[in-house]
Design a binder for this molecule. Structure first.
Ligand SMILES: *[C@@H]1O[C@H](CO)[C@@H](O)[C@H](O)[C@H]1NC(C)=O
Ligand SMILES: *[C@@H]1O[C@H](CO)[C@@H](O)[C@H](O)[C@H]1NC(C)=O
Length: 389
């Protein structure tokens, strides 16, 4: 009896749910024609992060006086042929993803003002930005590099939303057809403490806070209507020429035999990534209709560091391309790339690290390719458009 009377209802529900999903998918693609976007279902990108993603915000921050190394040559020399504020010799991961999906460059938030400036997407990432707000650091006697955290970036995002559409419905429609990149972010939270002489043990206690801040931005974006959110994880901190040079001659503990990277710093990055992945599992459970994609930057970079030749890199993956031409890592904080007297390597495409802190365009391409290979969300032609092999 029970089964006979109940049966039609679940079937109807399934049909209704299926219709809803088809509707959602269709509306995700609907913006394509009107905005002249690519063939991917996404019309624009909204991105959040730090110098690994910043395409021109830190440059425009009043507190940096328009400066920062990335505002000077030889930054940008490989691709843009001029400094653009990107902390690399050329394109960043976000540039390659935008290119692979045939989208327009998102405007750096601080370079725009009007709805027209922002309609093709916005990059909120700021070099030096932290995930956590200044209070977190001040309470611990530490000082952030720049007055920007993920909180500022999400406030900017809300302001842009208000500009782009006056109704909640209009905004949700825009967000549904946009690709979101939340990160990498968090590296500066750890750097600030490392340069403040804190032990890795103490810094590990930051991880749940940093990951919590990332998680709340992902939730906020999904709440605003986002359907696809890419969340890059932490880079292998122990393979950074800057930190290798800082701890050279002691204090850094053991080195990994395979890579030559500092074990306890890579452990910190892995702890972050483990906690982030656990958080994303919960986000997916709370929002089953959203695609939340983890991008494994850690593996993408350590793969090159361990076998540089296999990926077309020179056999010195822990040495910066641009620096003071000295030391095992070619990194000296007092002679940072772009300051007088520094030189760059002959071929940046053979180096992983551009300036000891940030990646070369070649490494960024490799990372973007690895992002595009980790999810079925992307159209099959995307990776080949940016020369992934
Ligand atoms: C970010 O937010 C903090 C706290 O509200 C504020 O003091 C700071 O000026 C903001 N930064 C920018 C660049 O607007
Ligand atoms: C960290 O320690 C080094 C060496 O002991 C010292 O020179 C430096 O001033 C310290 N930095 C901070 C921020 O306390």
């Amino acid at each position: 009896m029970m089964r006979l009377t109940m049966a039609p209802f679940p079937r109807l529900l399934v049909a209704a749910a299926a219709a809803m999903i088809v509707g959602i998918l269709a509306s995700g693609v609907a913006g394509l024609g009107e905005d002249g976007g690519g063939t991917t279902g996404y019309v624009r990108v909204f991105s959040f992060g730090d110098s690994l993603t910043d395409t021109g915000n830190a440059l425009r921050l009043p507190s940096t006086g328009g400066g920062g190394p990335a505002s000077r040559p030889p930054y940008g020399e490989t691709f843009f042929r001029r400094p653009t504020g990107r902390a690399s010799d050329g394109r960043l991961v976000v540039d390659f993803i935008v290119e692979a999906l045939q989208l327009r460059q998102p405007a750096p938030y601080l370079a725009g003002k009007t709805a027209a400036d922002f309609r093709h997407g916005v990059n909120f990432a700021v070099g030096g930005s932290t995930a956590l707000g200044p209070e977190f650091f001040e309470r611990r006697g530490l000082k952030p590099f720049v007055p920007v955290s993920l909180t500022n970036q999400t406030i900017w995002f809300e302001e842009v939303g208000q500009l782009l559409a006056s109704s909640v419905y209009g905004r949700r429609k825009i967000m549904a057809s946009s690709l979101f990149l939340v990160g990498e972010i968090g590296v500066n939270d750890y750097f600030i403490a490392l340069f403040g002489n804190r032990t890795v043990g103490e810094i590990k206690t930051f991880v749940p806070h940093v990951v919590g801040a990332i998680r709340s931005v992902v939730n906020e974006m999904i709440g605003a209507g986002a359907r696809t959110v890419v969340v890059p994880g932490m880079i292998p901190l122990g393979c950074e020429p800057q930190l290798l040079a800082l701890y050279q001659g002691g204090g850094g503990g053991e080195y990994e035999p395979e890579s030559g990277c500092i074990s306890q710093l890579n452990d910190l990055a892995e702890l972050h990534n483990y906690a982030l992945n656990r958080a994303l599992v919960e986000v997916r459970r709370e929002h089953p209709l959203a695609a939340v994609i983890y991008a494994d930057l850690y593996r993408a970079v350590t793969n090159i560091v361990v076998s540089p030749g296999k990926y077309g890199f020179k056999d010195r993956p822990l040495s910066a391309c641009c620096g003071d031409s000295g030391g095992a890592y070619n990194f000296n904080m007092a002679a940072f790339c772009g300051t007088p007297g520094t030189t760059e390597c002959a071929d940046p495409s053979q180096y992983v690290s551009w300036d000891g802190v940030h990646f070369t365009e070649a490494a960024n391409r490799h990372i973007a390719c690895s992002v595009l290979s980790t999810s079925a969300t992307w159209p099959s032609a995307a990776a080949s458009r940016i020369g992934c092999v």
